[in-house]
Design a protein around this ligand. Structure first.
Ligand code: G3P
Length: 256
């Protein structure tokens, strides 16, 4: 199958607020901070800076997903893409407490997760919020619990679909070990519906072996939380994961 991920958009100056809008570099490690106590507020800001320094040093593609209340601060602190954990389809205006895409953009986010198993969203909602994000240049990682949900989500053309069996989330066994067939079949089924969608996987991913296995199964990266956020030494946990990425791999991003 033609590899459609072959051109890196021209770099923009860091001062440009839209500098980090644009395709995530692949393969990627996406760190979902969730709302774990270890990463709230200043603790999360410090960790984000350390993760960004590791990304700089290693050249690895790292994406950070802090809680909504920390997006703006983290986006100012780091020069790696910052994604939100959720987005609402509502329009900006008298929508108290909702998070329309415009709020993420203004906060400096480059994209967002949506439909995570811990924050499910109705299909009709996603059918509105995904194109609204894309119109603003925000990339979308749509999360799927299983192959059939992933296949259905592919019809909405999110940039990325992350397959994460909920029963393995937060566990000690990686999805790449417990259910490799689910990952490889999800890749095939998603691409059968929409070959442009980039597939990620998550749930229990913790080591370089899990990362290299995820790539072997046809994905372009991983989505994880516990393995880094709850690690005794989050930075060295991240370094180990990065060793699972193909070293010296050409920097590439998905084609538009
Ligand atoms: O979004 C990532 C997440 O749900 C996976 O969680 O803790 O198993 O890495 P974890």
């Amino acid at each position: 199958m033609k590899d459609h991920r072959d051109r890196l958009p021209p770099a923009k100056p860091i001062s440009d607020p839209t500098a980090f809008l644009g395709p995530m570099r692949l393969p990627a490690i996406v760190l979902n901070f969730k709302t774990h106590p270890e990463v709230l507020g200043k603790k999360g800001w410090d960790l984000a800076k350390r993760f960004a320094a590791v990304a700089d040093e290693t050249g690895a593609s790292i994406v950070l997903c802090p809680p909504a209340t920390d997006i703006a601060h983290v986006a100012k602190l780091v020069h790696v893409p910052v994604f939100a954990q959720h987005v609402d389809a509502v329009e900006p205006g008298p929508t108290t407490g909702w998070m329309p895409p415009e709020t993420l953009l203004e906060a400096g986010a480059a994209g967002t997760l949506i439909n995570h198993s811990e924050r499910k969203v109705a299909w009709e909602e996603m059918a509105k919020s995904i194109p609204r994000c894309q119109k603003l240049g925000l990339e979308v990682v749509a999360c799927a619990d299983d192959i059939s949900e992933a296949e259905t989500l592919a019809k909405l053309s999110p940039e990325y679909i992350a397959i994460e069996p909920p029963e393995l989330i937060g566990g000690d066994v990686s999805v790449t070990t417990a259910k490799p067939e689910v990952i490889s079949r999800a890749v095939d089924r998603i691409h059968a519906v929409n070959a442009k969608v980039v597939v990620l996987c998550g749930a229990g991913v913790r080591t370089r072996k899990d990362v290299s296995k995820a790539l072997e199964l046809g994905t372009s990266g991983v989505l994880l939380a516990t393995g880094v956020v709850k690690a005794k030494d989050p930075e060295s946990a991240l370094r180990d994961l990065i060793r699972g990425l193909p070293s010296g791999a050409p920097r590439r991003s998905r084609s538009r």
